[in-house]
Design a binder for this molecule. Structure first.
Ligand code: SF4
Ligand code: MSK
Length: 652
């Protein structure tokens, strides 16, 4: 049986070692006020209350302790790239340039390029791991994996011009995997999937010089460009940011999505449940948190292993209950209907239910402090990825070659931990919310009768005014889920169909917007279309990397009517974004022609020139730009106005 890696043995953090902050918080009025200020998620509130009473720190407490934030950093005006610094631009003190001579525009632009490149790297490295797993599956080296969607595999193979007829799925998978791995450093000067974009959109990229040449090349060049003394033109730097992000959206992320579909199945419309109420009192509960589905897919299979189920029975549990978190959860929800416990700001609260035996983490969006939270309960945090080791966790090194053995070992660990649960601390705060999910591009098209015509007709007739992609995270600068839910409700009321990914989709799920019944909240036209098709007015399209599904959807719609993506009556929004990946996503939406409204302000206000370029100047370059509007009602106004403008230009 696989055991935790002996080379990375971590001492379990015990509650007495965890900083507690309880004295000032025993005032019931303060507790009441804080839980209302922090979230609109009704099931989160009782657990926030418990955390406050017990002094168990959460993201909101740490955010409060970080105030006031450094105003130079917040404006993007600090630089610590080289050893002559760190430098800050403070014009009122005559500090208008860093030691090297960099001005505010350059420092802000370089910081932003760094952020975009980080996000693009995170998505694309995830994509590479999925493609490597496909390769290992094809050559028989991966344990327990199979090719689940051979049709999609063949479609991808044809895009590369491969002869598919005489090859088996495995032979084809090997060739496709190798071709995709080459995309990371291809010398053909474009990434293959960028050819999925409408010709008009590709022409804009070519004219602007932002066609992504290879996934890694753009990221490496971004890292080169942020070095001291490599160019001082903020426009030139930020155009490379767009190019880097396109290599993510139409490259690394798209590979992650498509190959996960090939390995684990292309999502189909299915039903499940979301919110913290998916935890079961009488079951062994295991959470799957992070972004990469390669391990969690195996855990799903391991959890139905008869021996492990029998062991759970012997320990007195009624079964093994898997729940998802963040985007690993989205991957499982979309494909397998595994219930989803919540989004980014539910991660600590899930542990505070006291009923979680193990939280398995892969990478991205995982609070490094989780083992401290778990230290006050019986929960084990199990880290699994060699690039994402976390002090205080149990580290089970995960490799595709031994995937099933590792998955079984972790499930066994959880089952054995069930008896350590303290029933007195268990708080499952309510009932789960039903959701309808699984809206891959293929599933949407199939629901429409394998043609885009009904959707195009509904848009032309004005029943549906347009479409909006609402994506991204949680951020303590915005009340948890308020931005997502308010914006989505407002858009559907205005007959704008909403598609969502990531934590935005989970927020909508918790609020009941992913049920067909939510059509009641939509405007008359959208309601009619949703009721005719039996679909919700907010469609869950997947995880963060699955924002690439939105790109493909836009490309197919634009191709169906013979326009560029920039001409479609669509808009994007990230009302509660926090991560570098979200900046890359926003950038590739804009670079692909989608006007995008951000909730929290990026760290760019130190340069009026950069703000002007990103919010106005880009219209002259890619016919789309960013806006920043933290108030979701006002964000809906901006998006609706943009959509109406596009309709007018199309003459509809
Ligand atoms: Fe200062 Fe320039 Fe070095 Fe940045 S690169 S730390 S601005 S000297
Ligand atoms: S998990 S990147 S908090 S959407 Fe993808 Fe959620 Fe944002 Fe992470």
């Amino acid at each position: 049986m696989v055991k935790p890696d002996p080379d990375y043995v971590q001492k379990r953090i015990v509650c007495s070692d965890v900083e507690r902050a309880r004295e000032s918080l025993l005032n019931p009025k303060i507790i009441e006020q804080k839980k209302e200020e922090r979230t609109i998620d009704e099931l989160a509130k009782p657990l926030i209350e418990v955390s406050l009473k017990e002094g168990i720190e959460t993201v909101w407490d740490r955010y409060e302790k970080q105030q006031p934030e450094c105003k130079f950093c917040a404006q993007g005006l600090s630089c610590s790239r080289c050893a002559m610094g760190p430098c800050r631009i403070i014009p009122e003190h005559g500090r208008v340039r860093g030691v090297c001579g960099a001005d505010a525009d350059l420092i802000v632009a370089r910081n932003l390029l760094d952020t975009i490149a980080t996000g693009a790297a995170a998505h694309s490295d995830h994509g590479r791991e999925i493609v490597e797993t496909l390769h290992k599956t094809a050559i028989g080296e991966a344990q327990g994996y199979t090719i689940t969607d051979g049709v999609k595999l063949r479609r991808i193979a044809e895009e590369f011009g491969f002869e598919t007829a005489r090859l088996t799925d495995e032979e084809l998978a090997r060739d496709v995997a190798l071709a995709l791995l080459e995309e990371y450093g291809t010398t053909k000067n474009y990434v293959q999937f960028s050819r999925r974009a409408p010709e008009k959109t590709q022409k804009i990229w070519n004219a602007t010089g932002i066609t992504p040449r290879s996934v890694d090349r753009e990221i490496v060049e971004a890292m080169h460009r942020v070095h001291m003394g490599v160019g001082a033109d903020y426009t030139n730097i930020l155009l490379h940011g767009l190019r880097t992000s396109l290599g993510d959206g139409w490259g690394g992320s798209m590979m992650a999505t498509d190959i996960s579909d090939v390995l684990f199945k292309t999502p189909e419309i299915n039903e499940s449940t979301v919110n913290l109420g998916v935890v079961k009192k009488d079951h062994v509960n295991i959470a799957l948190h992070g972004h990469n589905p390669v391990l969690s897919e195996m855990v799903v299979r391991a959890a139905s292993d008869p021996e492990l189920l029998e062991l759970a029975d012997r320990k007195g549990a009624a079964g093994i209950n898997l729940v998802g978190l963040c985007c690993t959860g989205n991957e499982l929800l979309m494909r397998k209907g595994i219930p989803q416990a919540g989004n980014h700001f539910n991660q600590e609260l899930l542990i505070a239910t006291g009923a979680l035996e193990v939280m398995i983490i892969d990478y991205q969006c995982i609070f490094p402090s989780l083992p401290r939270t778990a230290g006050c309960y019986h929960t084990h945090i199990v880290s699994t990825n060699p690039k994402s080791k976390v002090p205080g966790s149990l580290y089970y090194a995960f490799y595709p070659e031994t995937a099933m053995d590792t998955a079984k070992a972790i499930v066994k660990l959880a089952v054995e931990n069930y008896e350590n649960r303290n029933p007195n601390t268990v708080l499952i705060p309510g009932k789960p919310m039903r959701v309808v999910t699984g809206f891959s591009v293929e599933a949407i098209k199939s629901a429409l009768g394998d043609t885009w015509k009904p959707l195009v007709d509904a848009i032309v007739a004005g029943k549906i005014k347009g479409a909006a992609g609402v994506v991204g995270c949680n951020n303590p600068k915005i009340k948890h889920d308020y931005g997502h839910v308010t914006l989505s409700k407002e858009l559907i009321k205005r007959n704008i169909l909403v598609v969502e990914t990531g934590c935005a989709a989970i927020a909508s799920g918790k609020a009941g917007l992913l049920r067909p019944e939510a059509a009641e909240l939509a405007g008359d036209g959208l309601r009619e279309v949703c009721e005719a098709l039996g679909i919700p007015p907010v469609l869950h399209m997947g995880s963060c990397v699955d924002c690439s599904r939105i790109l493909v959807l836009l490309a197919e719609l634009a191709n169906a009517v013979g326009v560029g993506i920039d001409e479609l009556p669509v808009a994007g929004a990230a009302p509660e974004w926090y991560s570098q990946k979200a900046v890359s996503i926003g950038s590739y939406f804009v670079a692909s022609g989608v006007y995008t409204v951000l909730g929290p302000m990026p760290k760019i206000t130190g340069s009026a020139s950069v703000v002007e370029l990103l919010t106005k100047g880009l219209f002259d370059v890619v016919n789309a730009a960013f806006a920043v509007e933290p108030d979701p009602m006002k964000a809906a106004d901006l998006m609706e106005k943009h959509i109406e403008h596009k309709r007018k230009k199309l003459g509809i």
